[in-house]
Design a binder for this molecule. Structure first.
Ligand code: GLA
Length: 387
């Protein structure tokens, strides 16, 4: 992707970029829709990355090109917010400008192998790599916590998806071979070694978080929190409700709000327990929590999709130790745990792949794409010169 971004920059604008940076997509092993509820998440950076090559440009303007279509767009970054992917870049530029860390104008070439809309956080890979590259171009210091903040505000305040902090955090702090337990209320993190073989099935079903389902869930969680606070005025976050008091929660809430809150509270407990199991190499028990998480996403949070459920069922039947949707849901990808990575899972893996492909083909007339997941590093500067 580095070579592609630099070559694209050269083709579109002539010359070499001033800075190049990249950031990864991610999968979330456990802890879905807990981040904006003050709970824990357990994401892992993947090897798919977005690379941005950047050079100086005319003050007030951004010129942008993506390897996906090769078309150069020219936008005033302090004008009307554009549509499509370029608004993420404009959002980053505006947030950097707000803290005095932006170049006055820039040219950007973007190359990525993170699938868009697949629940692998293509947007955070884009905002984080862009923020890193633009701040470097401006000669501004942008420590990791600030990089996360700029990328998050670009998406939440500028683009208008009220996302949590998980995707930007893992895109910055990802570490090869590790997942990251992030406690979103405190910002505390713990690296968890991943000694497991994981497959990722992409159903090809795409969602737009801006469509509203995501923001609706957020509003439902806030409404549930408001009701619980009538009894527990000190409750800061929905995820702060103790799992052992789940019966009381059932009494205090009803209908949709009860379902949403039950998911958040039980998912919070599962995520902490899961991180602990994984760090102790108890991969099979970890897998059972993946299954429970999927059921909770499907039934209580209603963020699954028939294609995801089918892959999960087929993978489990073929011997997966656990399987669940990953990311916001409503489409995108399924994570399947084949086994511990020391256990030579060869035949089981083949059986899982074949069973998922067969079921999916029968139901939808096509096969999902599948990749073996490896935990990769977070955002970094890339060499500017092509060798
Ligand atoms: C999206 C958001 C994250 C998180 C997940 C669901 O990826 O960007 O902040 O809320 O959905 O777990």
């Amino acid at each position: 992707m580095r070579t592609q971004a630099i070559a694209l920059f050269h083709r579109a604008f002539g010359g070499s970029p001033g800075t190049v940076a990249s950031a990864p997509g991610r999968v979330n092993l456990l802890g879905e829709h807990t981040d904006y509820n003050g709970g824990p998440v357990l994401p892992m950076a993947i090897s798919a990355r977005t690379t941005v090559a950047v050079g100086p440009g005319e003050p007030g303007w951004l010129e942008l090109v993506s390897a996906r279509d090769g078309v150069v767009a020219r936008v005033r970054w302090d004008g009307v917010m554009p549509d499509g992917w370029t608004r993420y870049i404009v959002g980053v530029q505006r947030e950097l400008a707000a803290r005095g860390s932006a170049p006055r104008g820039a040219r950007l070439a973007v190359a990525s192998d993170v699938p868009v809309g697949g629940g692998l956080s293509s947007s955070a890979a884009l905002t984080v790599s862009t923020a890193r590259a633009l701040a470097d171009l401006a000669g501004a210091d942008l420590p990791p916590a600030d990089l996360i903040g700029v990328a998050h505000r670009a998406e939440a305040n500028q683009v208008g998806v009220r996302c949590g902090i998980m995707d930007q955090t893992i895109a910055v702090r990802g570490r090869a071979g590790h997942a990251l337990l992030l406690e979103c209320a405190t910002g505390r993190t713990r690296a968890i070694p991943v000694r497991a073989r994981l497959l990722l099935f992409d159903t090809g079903v795409r969602h737009q978080l801006g469509d509203g389902a995501y923001n609706t869930r957020r509003a439902e969680c806030e409404a549930a929190l408001d009701i619980l606070r009538l009894t527990e005025p000190g409750l800061e976050y929905l995820a702060g409700w103790p799992a052992r008091r789940v019966q009381t929660l059932r009494r205090l809430l009803s209908g949709t709000l009860r379902s949403r809150a039950l998911h958040v509270v039980t998912e919070t407990a599962r995520t902490r327990a899961g991180a602990d199991l994984l760090s102790r190499g108890r991969v099979r028990a970890f897998g059972r929590l993946l299954d429970a998480s999927h059921e909770s996403c499907r039934r209580q949070y209603e963020c699954s999709a028939p294609e995801l459920d089918l892959v999960v069922r087929a993978a489990r039947r073929a011997g997966a130790w656990g399987a669940r949707l990953t990311g916001a849901g409503w489409g995108g990808c399924v994570l399947a745990l084949v086994g511990a990575d020391s256990a030579r899972p060869g035949t089981r893996e083949e059986a899982i792949r074949a069973a998922v492909n067969r079921s999916f083909l029968r139901a939808y007339g096509r096969e999902p794409s599948v990749t073996v997941l490896r935990a990769g590093p977070g955002a970094r500067r890339e060499r500017v010169q092509l060798e």
